[in-house]
Design a protein around this ligand. Sequence first.
Ligand code: GLU
Length: 471
Amino acid sequence: MTASKNPIRTRFAPSPTGFLHIGGARTALFCWLAARATGGQFILRIEDTDRERSTAESVQAIIDGMSWLGLDADEGPYYQTARMDRYRERVDQLLAEGKAYRCYCSRERLQRLREEAMAAGEKPRYDGHCRDLENPPEGVEPVIRFRNPDEGSVVFEDRVRGRIEISNSELDDLVIMRADGTPTYNFAVVVDDIDMDINLVIRGDDHINNTPRQINIYRALGAAEPEFGHVPMILGGDGQRLSKRHGAVSVLAWREQGYVPDALVNYLARLGWSYGDREVFSRAELIELFKIEDVNRKASRFDTEKLNWLNQHYLREDDREQVLAELAWHMGRADLDAVNGPALDDLLSVQADRVETLVELVDQSRPFYRDFEQFEAGAAKKHLRPVAAEPLTALRERLAGLDDWTPDALQGAIQATADDLGIGFGKIGMPLRVALMGHGQSPAINQTLWLVGRERSLARIDQALAWIAAR
Ligand code: GLU
């Protein structure tokens, strides 16, 4: 935290109409980083004025996703539906000052305007018909329109995109309140950002066309506009806009697929922001180095391989508590109980190098916690042959009397058995692996023994010997 940087007060303002998807999570992360990097505040605001599409489940999914990623808000969640009186108050102020007006135009009239504009090859815009209406029609509930300035232009210095200028002649009189009294997005967002003292708005660049309109509303409300940083969108690996077709897009689905929060945070930060060509950043480093100006202007492509690579990195290097908590969650999902096998810390120390995700890790660790029903046919046929009976029997004896059940002691016991019988290590290793796991894949054989544990190892060797005898 550097005192010389102006504290940024920013917000993440999702509409709760779905899950927290990757693009939203990245926007939230950039907001959080910008606030943390400057000792400022990060606010969560739920934009739920669209009552038909907003759901409580979606609000919960957003909160859960952010909490899983560790993006803690300093304030909020605020809900726009709790602020309706305030929007009304601000609309009334604009009406009283002549900066907004009631519009009675029928749907048909607006439709006709649109069609005429299209036919003339022009951008559809409202023609200001109700601006100075003398005799409003009776029995029509009006909408409220903002009286956009006719002259001049709106200029702002976007902190990602640079200077942007839009002429007011391109903007029309926007509806700010619907006939049912609900505010529209462009209006509510400005009222909120003023009341919440936001000094930097970070959001997706799909909103960039809204910004000049919003700036005019700030000015009409007598407020100075904040700064803006519009971040580019995320594309799938094929260059198309990221969508369900590209696999999981919701943050919690990434959790289910076995990614850890720090890996995803690191990945999302690099998806659109860079610091030289460095890839790995701890949270503390991100906070120290992140600047909104360094966000790329171009859209970035989602790269699952890189995410997998980072995830593996974090499985090995990350703060162990976080990984262990995630691992415990995945064990529960796979219906495995850690009390029935090795401590999760031991499991992780062996398996982290061998997998990219926690789902793989748990998948491959099942035999450490649960007995298997039968040997995989091919592996048993190949490795549980009569010649394996003698080394397995000899090893079993040695294991039963071993003082220390540690990877080193176990390595010594296998080696000593092989030496005694004058055979190679591998002649014991593969049959033993199949005996212990039921199939031919496992970590190093001494580590496998260590994780399976003494009692279970002895029982499984017996089971393999019985299988050999019966074949
Ligand atoms: N509710 C808007 C959205 O989800 C927020 C845009 C903004 O940050 O102003 O796209």
